[in-house]
Design a protein around this ligand. Structure first.
Ligand code: OVM
Length: 407
């Protein structure tokens, strides 16, 4: 057995083409469209020698792999490392990096906390924060939208909803960048992100303790589940860590990308202003069109087969969700941002038992921000070049200069 990039090195399966590409090349991560198209064109799977993985870019295989938690497990890690062979950089998440039945119990706790009903209780706070932010940005006129909107909004409402007694925007965002970069290879992106670990990890660990959480908020509710005997005290801390890992960079990215979509497709912003019922579909279309989480891995836990391709036990499968979401076979004019298409079945939030458990929260934040924008903003224009920030698992903007005019 040979280990490569932390997992079993595999032979090229029959009928699979070999593609000498680096999916983690910063140039590809910044501008993935051609890579996505070529990946889909090469077949249901390709073999990438640099990482000895099978990658899938079409909707069908991504959906099948993601929907079958038993054949394609998460417990061996959802990045390139196989946790059966290598020790991960932190204790595995008890919701992301675990399979049923343990997964089921832990996920249930989070699901209750982030239920649609629980989100309704936050709606007023979210609306007030969004209106305040958009008013301030309208006063400025031109602003840096990644920092001043996409990061600023979750950095305000999320720690508050969590009930963090102490918050630090930069640390929360950098921890997210670490968690997501850690899913990729041992490249410069991962190393640079990890260099901050000694300073950030102890701070995050501290935030997860019961006494550092206010008596109301997601954190307190997680610990209430421990009091009720649903989970242990230690598991409660781990679930708070999961919320802090997955709740910031993802929503920051979704909000920034949604604004970018509207800035670069002014006809779609006009359409949205004329019909507020398109607000939710517009955010779903943003998720499909930009895929904030561009890739996640699964590990084949048995010898199996997908779309006629034999997959051996221990194979890492790179599921390129960003490519699946632009699959022309699934969505006509897939490369067009069209808020009226209502892209049911997009893969941006995954699928199956591990499908994004925070999606109601993400939608609630987007709804608050974009309702305020539609109510107050007349036009959204790029005030300079949009620049992407390469990350091994997230497709996010680094800079987005924007000019708002009043309605
Ligand atoms: C976690 C977690 C959950 C979802 C995504 C994520 C990779 C982390 O439980 O820590 O980011």
């Amino acid at each position: 057995m040979k280990i490569h990039e932390g997992h079993l090195a595999i032979d090229v399966p029959e009928n699979v083409s070999v593609w000498d590409v680096d999916p983690y090349d910063p140039a590809i991560l910044s501008n993935p469209a051609d890579y996505y198209a070529e990946l889909r064109a090469k077949g249901p799977f390709v073999y990438i020698p640099k990482y000895s993985v099978l990658a899938c870019g079409r909707h069908q295989e991504n959906k099948e792999v993601f929907s079958d938690w038993a054949r394609f497990v998460s417990s061996r890690g959802v990045g390139l490392q196989d946790f059966k062979l290598e020790k991960p950089w932190r204790d595995p998440s008890i919701v992301l990096e675990v399979d049923p039945p343990e997964h089921t119990k832990n996920r249930k706790v989070i699901m209750r906390i982030l239920s649609p009903k629980a989100m309704r209780g936050l709606k007023d706070d979210f609306r007030v924060a969004a209106e305040r932010l958009i008013d301030a940005l309208l006063d400025k006129g031109t602003f840096e939208a990644v920092e001043e909107l996409a990061e600023a909004y979750p950095a305000t409402v999320f720690p508050n909803a969590m009930g963090l007694r102490e918050s630090d925007r930069r640390r929360l965002i950098d921890y997210g960048a670490m968690v997501f970069n850690a899913l990729g290879p041992d490249n410069l992106l991962r190393r640079n992100a990890m260099a901050k670990a000694p300073e950030i990890v102890p701070w995050i660990t501290e935030r997860c303790r019961r006494e550092n959480l206010k008596p109301t908020g997601f954190g307190a509710t997680v610990y209430a589940a421990a009091d009720a005997g649903d989970i242990t005290e230690e598991e409660a801390g781990m679930l708070v860590r999961s919320l802090l890992s997955a709740g910031v960079d993802t929503t920051v990215t979704g909000l920034g990308s949604a604004l970018w979509c509207l800035a670069t497709n002014p006809d779609q912003f006009e359409l949205l202003k004329s019909d507020l019922s398109l607000l939710r579909p517009a955010f779903e279309e943003t998720l499909r069109y930009t895929s904030p989480v561009h890739s996640f891995c699964r590990t084949a836990n048995i010898d199996t087969e997908v779309s006629g391709i034999k997959i051996e036990e221990g194979t890492k499968i790179l599921c390129v969700l960003g490519a699946a979401n632009l699959d022309e076979g699934q969505w006509p004019d897939a490369n067009k941002f069209d808020i009226s298409r209502k892209p049911v079945g997009h893969m941006a939030l995954g699928a199956g038992v591990h499908g994004c458990v925070g999606q109601n929260l993400a939608r609630a934040e987007a709804e608050a921000v974009f309702t305020a924008i539609v109510n107050k903003v007349g036009s959204i224009k790029l005030a300079g070049d949009a620049v992407w920030r390469p990350n091994n698992a997230i497709h996010a903007l680094d800079r987005l200069p924007i000019t708002f005019t009043r309605k």
